[in-house]
Design a protein around this ligand. Structure first.
Ligand code: HEC
Ligand code: HEC
Ligand code: HEC
Ligand code: HEC
Length: 287
């Protein structure tokens, strides 16, 4: 919750900040808390319907926003992604960064999964972005028809991200920052949570048990950020549990697409924090 408050504060200028300084914290916060997610994502390239604010690609079939990614019912459960309304690609379809063979990479690589495979269900450029599991309205059988046609915009072809765009990552991820990569590199000793914090090449993590499971993140110094509290402006790490794939023996934090990106934010290129001064990179790397 506090993240939305701070993001709103950051964007509302001197009067709000002055009010905050004057002690009207509760009043400002209550305005911010009632702000729906749509106030953010509606004004981004991730608004693919006909409602105002989106990017170049638009689908005529709906004025909804969330439906391209989330559904309240009938979601895909093959990966740990929130109420996901899209069929997920096959993990083995991807070539991962580690297969490039740089001599310095020492973290272990998990199969493409977690939140990354949710992003890649569009950013692999394969399937129409309106090919959702549960289209708006009653019933199930109309969904295939909903997916056909209706797309305009120069950066798509038949609703899939067009070839040749950088936003179309494709299935060869060797030229992309590693994802599904263990945080903290190799050479670690000890068990979680300490194991995530001992590689001197990386900033220390913070961890807490949230819900039933331990989660990790790397604190940033973004405006309004509270040290030791997990917020959307921190670099979030995603836990891969023991037994989730062969060789995974304990719960550990991994870097995924959404470690650096928040798919709902209006920040440039959906980054969790501005990358001025390479702040995104330096949040994790000690360089
Ligand atoms: C382009 C795809 C996309 C769209 C559109 C989208 N989301 Fe999300 N959403 C995601 C992904 C991916 C995650 C998981 C990211 C993460 O772990 O931070 C997520 C996570 C969430 C979460 C749980 C984590 C959090 O940030 O609170 C909520 C709640 C949520 N979305 C609500 C919404 C609502 C409501 C809308 C529409 C107004 C929406 N989303 C639109 C992709 C999307
Ligand atoms: C959320 C934390 C995080 C952020 C943010 C981050 N990285 Fe990384 N990066 C990692 C991890 C973990 C690895 C894997 C390192 C390993 O296992 O040796 C990695 C790997 C790399 C590698 C490959 C290293 C090799 O040995 O092949 C490069 C280069 C790199 N990052 C650069 C960047 C740059 C540039 C940015 C900013 C755009 C950035 N990173 C942001 C965590 C992060
Ligand atoms: C429903 C399809 C869909 C999903 C799922 C999706 N995206 Fe996107 N994303 C798009 C489209 C469409 C664009 C705009 C592409 C263009 O115009 O070149 C885009 C653009 C972006 C951009 C570039 C923004 C810019 O300003 O140029 C980033 C970064 C991005 N997405 C990250 C993500 C991440 C990270 C996830 C998962 C957390 C994700 N996306 C999930 C459809 C999607
Ligand atoms: C370690 C941090 C990090 C990770 C992990 C990461 N990205 Fe990015 N991504 C960035 C940064 C920083 C930029 C902005 C680069 C720029 O300004 O050209 C970016 C840019 C993008 C863009 C826009 C590219 C362009 O130039 O138009 C897309 C799309 C994108 N990311 C999608 C993804 C997806 C999908 C994943 C997971 C498969 C992912 N990113 C993982 C840091 C990351």
């Amino acid at each position: 919750m506090s993240t939305w408050q701070f993001m709103r504060l950051g964007g509302t200028g001197h009067s709000r900040l002055a009010a905050l300084a004057a002690g009207f914290v509760v009043a400002v916060a209550s305005v911010a808390v009632s702000t729906p997610v749509a106030a953010q994502v509606a004004n981004t390239k991730h608004n693919l319907g006909t409602s105002p604010g989106g990017g170049v690609n638009q689908f005529s079939g709906t004025a909804e926003i969330c439906v391209f990614c989330h559904t309240p019912h009938g979601a895909d459960t093959s990966a740990a992604v929130p109420l996901w309304n899209r069929a997920l690609p096959t993990p083995s379809a991807f070539t991962t960064y580690d297969s490039l063979g740089t001599s310095s990479l020492d973290g272990k690589t998990a199969p493409v999964g977690s939140v990354s495979i949710a992003c890649l269900s569009c950013h692999d450029g394969v399937t129409s972005m309106s090919a959702v599991l549960n289209a708006p309205g009653s019933g199930t059988t109309g969904d295939a028809a909903w997916a056909a046609g209706g797309w305009t915009g120069a950066n798509q072809s038949g609703g899939a991200l067009a070839a040749g765009l950088i936003t179309n990552l494709g299935t060869d991820l060797r030229n992309d920052h590693p994802i599904g990569i263990q945080y903290g590199g190799g050479g670690l000793t000890g068990s979680a949570p300490a194991a995530a914090t001992t590689d001197p090449d990386f900033k220390a993590t913070v961890s807490a048990v949230i819900g039933a499971t331990r989660v990790w993140w790397v604190d940033t110094t973004a405006p309004g950020s509270v040290v030791g509290t997990r917020q959307k402006t921190d670099m979030l790490l995603y836990s891969r549990p023991a037994g989730s794939y062969t060789g995974q023996t304990e719960l550990e934090p991994f870097v995924e697409c959404a470690s650096c990106h928040d798919p709902h934010t209006t920040n440039s290129t959906f980054l969790r924090v501005s990358n001025a001064g390479s702040a995104v990179c330096l949040a994790c790397h000690n360089k």
